[in-house]
Design a binder for this molecule. Structure first.
Ligand code: NDP
Ligand code: 2IT
Length: 447
């Protein structure tokens, strides 16, 4: 798997210390494979134990969240925050509420976030948090009580200049609002301690759209550079139907593509006429219902059970925007056999290691998550700047900045990939481009 003794040993020790953490080890394995040639070219980094220093999170907090449901019963969940790396700025990264959340998932997300945030070129370190709380089927009052209880512990670990959480799966503007309200109540401070806030209390225009829009800006740039084409006239499949998926669909459509399929964790809908996004928004953002509803409202559309089946739909461009490991090697083979020329990741680590390798080997434009979905956190960075300066920019101003950041991320990752001899290997390109600055700052600070 690895070529040098140093990297082999680092990985063996990591496995030893984190045996049961499959997702964390998967993310670390990919990063170590990318950094190996870089470390070999800079042998002084081994004596400085730079990989060991980079891979160990600075702090990991786990806590109890007790709340009462609408029947008056006590419920107990587990909360987490990993403060992974603060070499280049305050910890920054989302909060995820999903029953699958555990230490492994929080740590893989925190590790990825550290390199992603570095790629944005903004001064943000990496963090991530969440809970195994399942928001599905909960009333608004239950969500409120859970968020308040979660923040009653989390508040002591975060702050506008130390750690600034945001949304992720299961956490959108509603949950951010409830958490912000509780933080303010406890600390008596109105600050930019969270991003993704509502527009009436310090949120940034275009933050809601940013991850999906940014993904399409990145994809368009990569299509131009690697395939001399763009979104115009292409058929697109977007997995998921949450925040990232909806706004990826919106921007891809604006850029001239037709999105024919979207999914949720139960299955996918196919609409040969192009998915009607107003119907999806009504079902997902307003009613919080299942995607199968779409077929009852849009004639000519069909539903297929099983979320991974979405990769059987023929397309030019695939945008996985649901969750980790939602796209396996056999799915990658189906996509390539059906003529897919680009796969760019809106979700974090949606492709398995084998699937990602298959795309690169087959000269598919493969945009790895930490580069392709960095538009969300980049715009969170812009929200922090607006909060510190007590002003708010127009939608166009934020969107233009986001566009510039995504083009820049692509260029930096692409330049590294070209330098290393495989222009399709944006995985290695992004990992090295992100790592250089973090590595330099860690050495300068002796951390
Ligand atoms: P949402 O909660 O808004 O939407 C999540 C979507 O993914 C839903 O359609 C959900 O379906 C589906 N999904 C979740 N878990 C699974 C699963 N185990 N199997 C299949 N489908 C699943 O989250 P976001 O859109 O914010 O996040 C989506 C992805 O994008 C995540 O990987 C997140 O880490 C990443 N991301 C998010 C950013 C942001 O700004 N929000 C920024 C960068 C990355 P269902 O409703 O059935 O659960
Ligand atoms: O994975 C991610 O980059 C996010 N969930 C967004 C984090 C943020 O701080 O905006």
């Amino acid at each position: 798997m690895f070529k040098t003794e140093y990297v082999k040993n680092v990985y063996a020790n990591l496995v030893e210390k984190n045996k049961s953490e499959a997702e964390f080890l998967q993310a670390a394995q990919e990063i170590l494979a990318s950094l190996e040639p870089y470390i070999a070219a800079h042998p002084e980094l081994e004596s400085k134990k730079i990989l060991e220093r980079f891979l160990e999170p600075e702090r990991f907090v786990q806590f109890k969240v007790v709340w009462t449901d609408d029947k008056g019963n006590y419920q107990v969940n587990r909360g987490y925050r990993v403060q992974y790396n603060s070499a280049i700025g305050p910890y920054k990264g989302g909060i995820r509420f999903h029953p699958s959340v555990n230490a492994s998932i929080i740590k893989f997300l925190g590790l990825e976030q550290t390199l992603k945030n570095s790629l944005t070129s903004l001064p943000m370190g990496g963090g991530k948090g969440g809970s195994d709380f399942d928001p599905k089927g909960k009333s608004d009052a239950e969500i409120l009580r859970f968020c308040q209880s979660f923040m009653t512990e989390l508040y002591r670990h975060i702050g506008p200049d130390s750690d600034v959480p945001a949304g992720d799966i299961g956490v959108g503007a509603r949950e951010i609002g409830y958490m912000f309200g509780q933080y303010k109540k406890i600390t008596n401070e109105f600050s930019g301690v969270l991003t993704g806030k509502g527009l009436s209390y310090g949120g940034s225009l275009a933050r809601k759209e940013a991850t999906g829009y940014g993904l399409c800006y990145f994809t368009n740039e990569a299509l131009k550079a690697l395939k001399d084409t763009d979104f115009n006239g292409k058929t697109v499949v977007v997995s998921g139907s949450g925040n990232v998926a909806i706004y990826a669909n919106q921007k891809a459509t604006e850029l001239g593509a037709k999105v024919v399929a979207m999914s949720d964790s139960n299955g996918y809908v196919y609409d040969p006429n192009g998915i009607n996004l107003d119907v999806i928004k009504q079902i997902k953002e307003v009613e919080r219902a299942r995607i199968v509803e779409y077929t009852k409202r849009v004639p000519g559309s069909t539903y297929v059970e099983g979320s991974r089946n979405i990769w059987e739909v023929k397309c030019d461009i695939a945008l996985p925007c649901a969750t980790q490991n939602e796209l396996h090697l056999e799915d990658a083979k189906k996509l390539v056999a059906n003529g897919c020329i680009a796969v760019c990741e809106g979700a974090n680590m949606p492709s398995t290691l084998e699937a990602a390798k298959y795309f690169i080997d087959n000269k598919v434009v493969f945009g790895p998550a930490k580069a392709a979905n960095a538009g969300g956190v980049a715009t969170s960075g812009l929200e922090m700047t607006q909060n510190s300066n007590r002003l708010s920019w127009t939608f166009e101003e934020v969107d233009n900045k986001l566009h510039g950041i995504m083009v820049n991320i692509f260029k930096n990752a692409y330049a590294k990939a070209v330098e290393l001899g495989n222009k399709y290997d944006l995985v290695t390109g992004a990992n090295i481009a992100g790592f250089e600055k973090v590595c330099d700052a860690m050495i300068a600070q002796g951390i």
